[in-house]
Every structure is written in structure tokens, then in C-alpha cells.
Write a protein that binds this ligand. Structure first.
Ligand code: GDP
Ligand code: GDP
Length: 437
């Protein structure tokens, strides 16, 4: 399970500065994909090769109106669902009553909290840090988010903390088998209905399992003797009460499910179309590199002209997800649901594909002779060979020289060529370069 870290603190202490610093890689991906927008509250980040999720709780002021009121809603939910809280205070402003209120709340909730004193630049750290020790959350760790100071020691302390690892492992109650499919989407698009429908299909054998509260439910089953594990973010099938939906929507749970899945079935409501939150969630699917199948649900009872309109809109707004199959389904009536499996299987196969270096290099050579990379500083960029550097998503590692100068458009050309030749439907692919000079 991917650990979740919540940033908590008064306004202006530097939460969004820290959030931006930790989730920098996401900027690059989102900026590169036309039509996607960045989620400023939830971000994916990587530390020592391992992903984690950062949440900027933003909304907490801790000021005069009383903490209970302000901690209602999303921020509170994020704190409750986080594995660890980074409680930021402003080293320059010193300790305030707001800090004390937030500290008290965190102590009461017994959350795993790290006290972080931000903005230690240009000040005497020892003098500043002393006064925050009184908050009852231990000795503060001083950082300067704006300058990147002490960020790595902070991450080391938090993410390499053993208690964090334990939480992650406890969340997993069953060993997933076969293709891991996550059903995700905004509230009310029909996820629960689809989960029931997919499991209600002929010849599905569901194995007994228990659930936990925060995490998604993992449902291993077989369909036509093929193993799958469905990751149910809607929480339909819980121990004992099979058809009762009791969990409400949680972004964190959704992000974790995306991380843990092989294939994501992204459910949208045909009657509502694609909205901002859909684009945020899709951004996470792309960033995680997961295989993707899009299910446009509630297709029943739509008028012909409405259907045409929805199809045109989807084409326009999902340009960045052209690799994914789109199905128009009715989870309620079951139409189109069986076909989803075909796309899921195909996407999984594409995501897990294995190709020998010789074949990869052949494709690269053909692509290059068809369309040469440009000259840089009077020398032509040379791309010599390629190998498959990973799967789910497939990573195509291209070796050559002056690779830093390969233009984005050329990378896209290579991506498209590999996709076409290898028939990689349903999965994003990544092209990376290794320089030899
Ligand atoms: P938030 O309201 O908690 O999200 O705070 P912001 O991230 O918006 O930061 C508030 C202000 O503090 C901005 O003007 C930042 O540039 C500034 N700031 C953030 N981190 C640092 C830091 O490490 N040192 C200094 N001197 N200023 C910082
Ligand atoms: P979730 O919040 O994404 O899990 O959504 P639910 O599965 O709980 O569905 C939300 C509402 O949409 C319920 O009232 C469902 O009966 C309804 N619904 C789900 N799928 C369909 C469908 O294919 N067609 C129609 N007309 N309604 C649906």
C-alpha cells in the first residue's frame, strides 16, 4: 500500500510550498498532457524510488472560530486517512494560539505526527526551535521548504519510519491474485452497481475475505477459470453484508487503488460528462502509468442525440487517453459489461508485454530511418538501440547520444511508433533515454 502523508498547519506556514516541492514530477507530466489539470490538493511523489501520496489539507486555520468547525469536511477526512501527519509551523512567526489548537487536536486523535518548523532560513535554528518543543509533539525538525533545505532528512525520518510500513501491510487483508482491476470514479457514477454487476456475471467464483475500514476491498475471484482481483473503492462487499454500500467516496482510497492496480476501469456518468474531478483522477492514472479502460455508464434510456453529443464531448476531452478503449455501458441493466473484460485482458497483456532487445532495436532502427531525429549543434542525435526497461507501464529505454536534446515531438513519434508496431492498446507507455556521451 502506498503511504499517505497529510500536510497540516495554519495558513501561510508553507504547506503549498512544500507540497509543490514534493510533487514536482507531477507538474512535468501534467504540463505535458494537453487537457489535464493539476490537482492542487492531492499529489503523487516518489522517495527513493517508492511512491507516496501527499495531501495538502489547506483548509485548517486553527484561529478564533474554533477548531472543530474548521476541521470539518475534506481536511478532517484527509487527516483521519493519512498514515502520518506533517504538522507545519512557521519558525519566523513563532508559536501561535492556532498552532496550539491544532497540536491539541492531533494529540487527541493520536495521529502519527511529525512537528516541522518551516522557514528556518536566515534565522538561528536553535533559538527558534526551542519554543515549538512545548507543543507536546516532540522536538521540531527545521526545514526551509522554499529553498529545499532539510527536505531529504525529513522524508527519511517520515517514510523510513517503521510504524509507517506496518500500517501499510496491515491494510492488505488478502493476497491479490491474477489481474488487479480497480473500479474508480467520482461519487454516484455507478461504481458499486458495476462492482456487483461484474461479480454477478456468470461463472464468477468469489473467495471469502474480510475488509478493513480505510482501505479498498480486495475481492479475488475467477471468471472462466481466469484469476482476477477486483479493488473495490466503493466498498460494496464488506464482511457479512455483501450488497451494502457503507463507505463514502475518498480521494485517498482512490489514489491508493490506482497505485495498486494493474488495470483501472474509470467510470464516468454519461449524463454528467467529464468534469474537473474526473480529469484530476485520470491524471493520477496516467502518472501512475496504469492500464486504462473507460466505462461510460448509465447509457440506458439516453436519446440518440444525447448519445451523439456525449461521444463528441468525450473525444474532445479525453484526447490524452486515446490509448484506452471506451465502452458505453449500463451497470444497472448489465449491457456492455461483459465486453469490459475483453478490454481489461487486452490492456493487461499490453501493460505486461515482454519484448526482446533485438526486436526493440529493430523497431527503433525502422523508426529512425523513416524519420531522422534532428541535428543539434551541427551533429545529428544518434539513437542506437532500445530495450524494455519495465512493465505496467512498459518503459522503452532508448540508448544513444545527445539524448538530452531529443525534442518532445520526436519522443512522441517514437512512442506512437512502438505503440503501433507492438499493438499496445490500453496502456500508457513511457520512453526514456540513456546517453552514451
Ligand atoms: P500555506 O498557506 O501554508 O500553503 O503557505 P504557502 O506555501 O503559500 O507559503 C506562505 C508564504 O511563505 C509564501 O510567501 C512562501 O513563499 C513563504 N515560504 C514558504 N516556505 C518558506 C521558507 O522555507 N522560507 C521562507 N523564508 N519563506 C517561505
Ligand atoms: P457509486 O457512488 O459510484 O458507487 O454509484 P452507485 O453504484 O451507488 O450508483 C449511484 C446511482 O446511480 C444509483 O442510484 C444507481 O442505481 C444509479 N445507477 C448506477 N448505474 C446505473 C446505470 O447504468 N443506469 C442508470 N440509469 N442508473 C444507474
Amino acid at each position: 500500500m502506498v503511504p499517505v502523508i497529510a500536510l497540516v498547519g495554519r495558513p501561510n506556514v508553507g504547506k503549498s510550498t512544500l507540497f509543490n516541492r514534493l510533487t514536482k514530477s507531477r507538474d512535468a507530466i501534467v504540463a505535458d498532457v494537453a487537457g489535464l489539470t493539476r490537482d492542487r490538493q492531492y499529489g503523487e511523489a516518489v522517495w527513493q524510488g517508492k511512491p507516496y501520496i501527499v495531501v495538502d489539507t489547506g483548509g485548517i486555520t486553527g484561529d478564533e472560530q474554533g477548531l472543530d468547525l474548521m476541521m470539518a469536511g475534506q481536511s478532517l477526512q484527509a487527516i483521519e486517512e493519512a498514515d502520518a501527519v506533517l504538522f507545519l509551523v512557521d519558525a519566523r512567526a513563532g508559536r501561535t494560539a492556532g498552532d496550539e489548537q491544532i497540536a491539541e487536536h492531533l494529540r487527541k486523535r493520536n495521529k502519527h505526527t511529525y512537528l516541522i518548523a518551516n522557514k528556518i532560513d536566515g534565522a538561528d535554528p536553535d533559538a527558534i526551535l526551542g519554543e515549538f518543543a512545548n507543543l507536546g509533539l516532540g522536538q521540531p525538525l527545521g526545514i526551509a521548504a522554499a529553498h529545499g533545505r532539510n527536505i531529504n532528512p525529513m522524508l527519511d525520518a517520515v517514510l523510513n519510519d517503521e510504524s509507517l510500513q506496518v500500517t501499510g501491510e496491515e491494510g492488505r487483508v488478502v493476497e491479490p491474485i491474477g489481474t488487479k482491476i480497480a473500479i474508480i470514479g467520482r461519487p454516484n457514477v455507478g461504481k458499486s452497481t458495476l462492482v456487483n454487476r461484474m461479480l454477478g456475471e456468470d461463472r464468477v467464483v468469489v473467495f471469502d475475505q474480510a475488509g478493513t475500514t480505510r482501505d479498498s476491498i480486495y475481492i479475488p475471484y475467477e471468471r472462466f477459470e481466469k484469476p482476477y482481483t477486483l479493488i473495490d473503492t466503493a466498498g460494496v462487499r464488506r464482511r457479512g453484508k455483501v450488497f451494502e454500500a457503507i463507505e463514502k467516496f475518498s480521494v485517498i482510497k482512490t489514489l491508493q487503488a490506482i497505485q495498486d492496480a494493474n488495470v483501472v476501469i474509470f467510470v464516468v456518468d454519461a449524463r454528467e460528462g467529464i468534469v474537473e474531478q474526473d480529469l484530476h483522477l485520470l491524471g493520477f492514472v496516467l502518472e501512475a502509468g496504469r492500464a486504462l479502460v473507460i466505462a461510460v455508464n448509465k447509457w440506458d434510456g439516453m436519446k440518440q442525440e444525447e448519445k451523439e453529443y456525449v461521444k463528441t464531448e468525450l473525444e474532445r476531452r479525453l484526447i490524452f487517453a486515446q490509448f484506452a478503449d471506451i465502452h458505453f455501458i449500463s451497470a444497472l441493466h448489465g449491457s456492455g459489461v461483459g465486453l469490459l473484460y475483453k478490454s481489461v485482458d487486452q490492456a493487461y497483456q499490453a501493460a505486461m508485454t515482454k519484448i526482446p532487445t533485438r526486436r526493440m532495436t529493430e523497431i527503433l532502427e525502422d523508426a529512425v530511418s523513416e524519420h531522422q531525429p534532428p541535428m543539434v549543434n551541427g551533429r545529428r542525435i544518434k539513437l542506437r538501440y532500445a530495450h524494455l526497461g519495465g512493465s505496467n507501464p512498459p518503459i522503452i529505454v532508448v540508448h544513444g547520444n545527445q539524448v538530452d536534446a531529443v525534442p518532445r515531438s520526436y519522443t512522441r513519434y517514437l512512442e506512437n511508433t512502438f505503440r503501433k508496431v507492438l499493438k499496445l492498446t490500453g496502456t500508457p507507455i513511457r520512453v526514456e533515454y540513456k546517453g552514451s556521451d
